[in-house]
Design a protein around this ligand. Structure first.
Ligand code: SAH
Ligand code: SF4
Ligand code: F3S
Length: 461
């Protein structure tokens, strides 16, 4: 198998005039990854990141289109940017990137003249070139082509990392077309990066002190990337990729997100059982408990199939905890359908979950369906669902009290000598210890549990 050495991780040259770059990120982890990469793309041409848009030379809003609320945030933020730009003499450049850029580029340009450039998620490698064009006041101000391969091939190899845990996008786009979802339109078709490219990025991260990598994709377990050159197979799935990455010395923890129930194959389940580097935590969106609604959503599986899958995964890895996503008030959802979601949650039990009111998105089939549910009904259902999910989350965290967990120390906490890290199940974990433990994996005996976080003491030995 083709192990790659780290010849390609050169540091970008240090430019003379440092310009200030402010990036604001909305939406999912893939946007977080993309924002980091945009900073990497812009570093060689003289930009370094600042914490505030006030006084910045360049502001990038990396946006999310998943629900109406998320998309509308962009326009109110652009109002603020217009005021800042006026206050600071009009030299600040404003770029809208991400999924709103992809979905409503033209509309952004029309509604918000403050915007200099609109850039879809597949065009970030072109940032320096596009900024140069805009500065000379000619050329396209809208770039929303889809060439995911080019994006990854042309992005700089060097990455600036912040802390011992990092994201690494291995797959992008979606071919599933759930009827509520904009992602297939904003991120394009499924594309998987070649294994070698991922391995060299992972090695580069590890050489900078990263100990935990979360592999990202809109459908990360649909990953099918080109295998290393001399391998007998042409493509590898996610399971094979994880086995391979687990061999990188110093890379102690792996996670992946977001997976689709239909793509959880036996190999991937086996990897959960065999690879201690793979954390015992899995985000597996169910969305709804009613088969009628699952069908209308085009999820491609029944509730019974989900239940069987969970049983199989739990058999392979009994200590694995699950999290999920739910939508309430999809068109046509009756009280009875909704009760099926509550029953499903009761039956399966989740360590943590995200739940949302259905938001009709322009251009998706769901938006045109009859039986759109009243906002008040959605709110009421969401409250009931969240009440149940919160109870499960608290109970799960409480069940960890008295246990000793491995914690990757990410930084200092608020109190004196307080450290902060992540447990295997992702909860933020607070304990007392010396700052030289940052970047290490320590054993922490859990003494208290809240809804979202844990507290404990360093265990001896
Ligand atoms: N690829 C992932 C989901 C990505 S979007 C999957 O297949 O599960 C993250 C979550 O946002 C989804 O799981 C869904 O619960 C929610 N979501 C997506 N579109 C939505 C919409 N139109 N309204 C409300 N919630 C939505
Ligand atoms: Fe959206 Fe469905 Fe694709 Fe997930 S699988 S990104 S919910 S279309
Ligand atoms: Fe949002 Fe785009 Fe991610 S719509 S959830 S930022 S893929």
């Amino acid at each position: 198998m083709g192990h790659q050495t780290l010849v390609d991780a050169g540091k970008p040259g240090k430019p003379a005039n440092t310009k200030k770059l402010f990036i604001k990120t909305y939406g999912c982890q893939m946007n977080v990854y993309d924002s980091e990469r945009m900073a990497d793309v812009l570093a060689p041409v003289g930009y370094s990141c600042v914490d505030s848009p006030d006084g910045a030379d360049l502001v990038v809003l990396n946006t999310c289109h998943i629900r109406e609320k998320a998309a509308e945030k962009v326009y109110s933020e652009l109002g603020r940017m217009r005021k800042l730009k006026e206050k600071n003499g009009g030299t600040m450049k404003v770029i809208v990137a991400g999924c709103v850029a992809q979905a409503e580029g033209e509309e952004i340009m029309r509604r918000a003249p403050v915007v200099d450039l609109v850039l879809g998620p597949q065009s970030y490698h072109k940032l320096p070139e596009m900024i140069a064009k805009v500065s000379r006041e000619f050329g396209e101000r809208l770039e929303t082509d889809f060439d995911t391969q080019e994006k990854f091939d042309l992005m700089p190899k060097a990455r600036t990392v912040d802390g011992p845990a990092a994201f690494l996008t291995i797959q992008e786009g979606c071919d599933k077309f759930c009827t509520f979802c904009v992602v297939p339109y904003t991120r394009g078709a499924e594309f998987s990066r070649p294994v070698d490219q991922i391995v060299s990025e992972a090695r580069a991260l590890v050489s900078q002190g990263v100990r935990e990598i979360t592999l990202l994709g809109q459908n990360v377990n649909a990953y099918r990337g080109a295998a290393p050159k001399l391998d007998s197979e042409k493509h590898w799935g996610l399971g094979q990729l994880i086995r391979h990455l687990s061999k990188i010395g110093g890379l102690d923890r792996l996670r992946y997100t977001t997976s689709h129930p239909r793509d959880m194959d036996d190999e991937l389940i086996a990897v959960h059982a065999d690879e201690p580097t793979l954390m015992p935590y899995l985000h597996l969106p169910l969305q709804a408990g009613s088969d009628r609604i699952l069908k209308a959503m085009n999820r491609g599986h029944t509730y019974a199939a989900f239940k069987d899958l969970v049983a199989k995964i739990r058999k392979a890895k009994p200590e694995l905890a699950l999290s999920s996503d739910f939508i309430v008030g999809f068109p046509g959802e009756s009280e009875l359908d909704f009760k099926r979601t509550l029953e499903a949650v009761e039956e399966i039990g989740f360590a943590s979950s995200f739940s949302f009111k259905y938001s009709a998105r322009p251009g998706t089939p769901g938006a045109a369906l009859p039986g759109q549910v009243d906002e008040a009904v959605k709110s009421e259902r969401l409250a009931r669902l969240q009440d149940l999910l919160t109870r499960q989350q608290k109970a799960f965290n409480q069940s960890l009290v008295g246990k000793t967990l491995s914690v990757l120390v990410e930084g200092t906490g608020r109190g004196e000598n307080e450290l902060f890290g992540r447990a295997p199940y992702l909860q933020g974990t607070h304990f007392t210890g010396s700052a030289d433990l940052i970047g290490q994996i320590v054993r922490v005996e859990i003494t208290d549990a809240g809804q979202n976080s844990l507290r404990g003491v360093l265990a001896n030995g």
